[in-house]
Design a protein around this ligand. Structure first.
Ligand code: BES
Ligand code: ZN
Ligand code: ZN
Length: 493
């Protein structure tokens, strides 16, 4: 989507979006009699600025149109409502065939918080809400086309500052990175085997200060990455590990390692999954997808931290060489685990990477994974679980996530449950007791591979990585959660 910023007097478009709080007399940035008239006409159709509702008004004999989009009651306002309200408005604009839409940016005094954040959120809502995955669809002429251009229209020229341009540009880059991550996870499983994902990752080195290294099977064997190798052994498609590095232009304040589970298809392996719903397991690489997305964004910004991205890719299949229940896997740090279910495969990839990531001496290590069905049972499909040893970062992720419309909830990581992983043949079993705290015992398993003293947070995105029905600014399919939260967190370090 093209994004432009202009002052009101230069705007010549035909469709204009205005926000409105429920209970206000006029839409934001349309004061006086003009605003009152618009509000009165909208009220005739029961629109008073309710959140998630829009009203389409024709002005001057149908020449130009105004879409008023509701933010709800002022007292209930949250910044994320701007994303939803913008996405709703653009859906309405699509229906009337608008290719270019103007969006009236209110004045500072009309909104709580920073105006550039308001504008940035609107841009995100627009880009993310208009996203679609249509690569495999034959275009139909009667289907609404995505809006191609969003023009931010400023009433007050003073608000069109350099800082505003920066904030909008950065949020657009973040949203485009999310679209890239969504594309990766929405892609069908067969066209995206591990080697293909590695090829895509290599392409990210073209921009900015990013280096990409791919470790193939032979090198993984040399390194002793038994987790990645054994999980990938049941497929004709060999596994690999992608290591991306971002170096800041100036002095680095911190080293951060971000790891993402990259199972390009999870059939369950020999512990095969029920066929119903198995098609959604193409998104079992969403964690790795968000790591690649993060580097796409890092290619266009300057943040004062060194970032290592680790994306282990494998296809979990039940082929002749597949790992078997009862097998013992030896990981990168030498620790062994007894395999009970080959469907609990993601933790083995993460185990290798957490141990390897620890050798990079990070001040923060985050892993992101569609790890447990238990997480969906516990938190549903809109909350990701947070577990780990860095309480400060956990709290930070929760609060940044809330601003970003990506929701997190902390689960405990109690030593008392460590006994659930006791094995008679290896250092540990890889899963706990059936039906008992599956997300927590997965976290306890991962903790065994985190180096001494490394601050670590595990994010289980099994619920929010994918939406069946879609929500305000995420159409059905991959969502790209939690890319934006991690990006904003990195920026603020
Ligand atoms: N990829 C799945 C987890 C998952 C389930 C993600 C549903 C998204 C939606 C993971 O590899 C898995 O199968 N986990 C098993 C672990 C169990 C065997 C201990 C699960 O959760 O059922
Ligand atoms: Zn699985
Ligand atoms: Zn999986």
């Amino acid at each position: 989507m093209r994004i432009n910023l202009i002052v009101k007097k230069n705007w010549t478009g035909k469709v204009l979006v205005a926000f409105m709080f429920d209970g206000d007399k006029t839409p934001l940035a349309i004061p006086g009699d003009e605003g009152k008239t618009l509000a009165a006409v909208a009220a005739g159709e029961k629109f008073t600025g309710q959140f998630r509702k829009t009203s389409l008004l024709r002005c001057e004999a149908g020449e130009s149109k105004v879409i008023v989009t509701g933010l709800g009651k002022r007292a209930e306002f949250e910044p994320d409502r701007v994303r939803s309200a913008t996405a709703r408005a653009l859906k309405r604009a699509e229906e009337i065939g608008a290719e270019s839409v103007g969006l009236l940016v209110p004045d500072n005094k009309d909104v709580r918080g920073d105006l550039s954040e308001f504008a940035a959120a609107a841009v995100e809502g627009a880009i993310l809400g208009e996203y679609r995955f249509e690569k495999y669809k034959t275009p139909k002429s009667d289907e609404p086309k995505a809006v191609a251009e969003l023009v931010l229209v400023f009433m007050n020229p003073k608000n069109l500052s350099a800082a505003m341009h920066r904030a909008v540009g950065d949020s657009a880059a973040r949203a485009e990175a999310v679209c890239f991550a969504r594309d990766l996870a929405n892609e069908p499983p067969s066209p995206k085997p591990p080697e293909k994902m590695a090829e895509i990752a290599l392409g990210l080195a073209k921009k900015g200060r990013i280096a990409v290294k791919v470790m193939h099977k032979a090198e993984l064997e040399k390194l002793g990455m038994g987790g990645i190798l054994r999980v990938g052994a049941g497929s004709h498609q060999p596994p690999c590990l992608v290591h991306l590095t971002y170096t800041p232009s100036g002095k680095s304040k911190k080293t951060v390692v971000v790891i993402g589970k990259g199972i390009t298809f999870d059939s369950g392996g020999l512990s095969i999954k029920p066929s119903q719903g198995m098609e959604t397991m193409k998104d079992d690489m969403a964690g790795a997808g968000s790591v690649l997305g993060l580097f796409k964004w890092l290619g266009s910004v300057d943040v004062p931290v060194t970032v290592h991205g680790l994306a282990p890719f494998a296809e979990n299949m039940p082929g002749g060489g597949a790992q078997k229940p009862g097998d013992v896997i030896r990981h990168y740090n030498g620790k062994t685990a007894e395999v009970i279910s080959t469907d609990a495969e993601g933790r083995h990839l993460l185990a290798d990477c957490l141990a390897y990531g620890s050798t990079l001496k990070p001040g923060l290590m985050i892993d992101v994974a569609t790890l447990t069905g238990a997480c969906v049972v516990a938190l549903g499909d809109e909350y990701s679980a947070l577990l780990g040893t860095d309480e400060r970062m956990i709290n930070r992720l929760i609060s940044v996530g809330k601003q970003q419309g990506e929701f997190f909830w902390q689960l405990p990581l109690p030593d008392r449950y460590r006994s659930h992983l006791k094995s008679n043949v290896a250092d540990m079993k890889h899963i706990g007791k059936p039906g008992v705290a599956g997300t927590i015992t997965a976290g306890l398993f991962l903790k065994e591979f985190v180096g001494e003293g490394v601050p670590w947070v595990h994010i289980d995105i099994a619920g929010p990585s994918f939406t069946k029905e879609g929500w305000d600014y995420a159409p059905a399919g991959a969502t790209g959660v939690p890319l934006r939260t991690i990006a904003v967190l990195l920026k603020g370090l």
